[in-house]
Design a protein around this ligand. Structure first.
Ligand SMILES: [Zn+2]
Length: 106
């Protein structure tokens, strides 16, 4: 369980950095092009697409926060929906999930 938490923490750090880059891009959209932007953002050149990517990253971030809170509450391997145990294989593949396979498919 400690490993999963460490994985989530590093995912969270990564996402926070990504959101920050998107924000920087949004704020400089009318100014000089930032040479530090990653290639993906350079190709995008479209604030709507960047805004969408930012939304997705923020959604993922919220999901990671939820999973971390559940780990802290010692219910990290319990499904949020039905209370069943989430299999370790599933948690390994999707460390941020808070649903068992059955409930996630609904
Ligand atoms: Zn479930």
């Amino acid at each position: 369980m400690q490993d999963r938490k460490a994985t989530l923490e590093s995912l969270k750090t990564e996402l926070l950095a990504r959101v920050q880059r998107y924000e920087d891009h949004q704020h400089r959209i009318n100014g000089a092009l930032d040479k530090d932007l990653d290639e993906q953002a350079l190709e995008v050149h479209n604030d709507e697409v960047v805004a969408k990517l930012e939304d997705e990253a923020e959604e993922e971030l919220a999901q990671i926060e939820r999973a971390l809170a559940r780990i802290d509450a010692r219910v990290g391997d319990r499904c949020e929906e039905c209370g069943n145990t989430i299999t370790s294989g599933r948690l390994e593949a999707l460390p941020y999930t808070t649903h068992c396979r059955d409930c996630a498919d609904l």
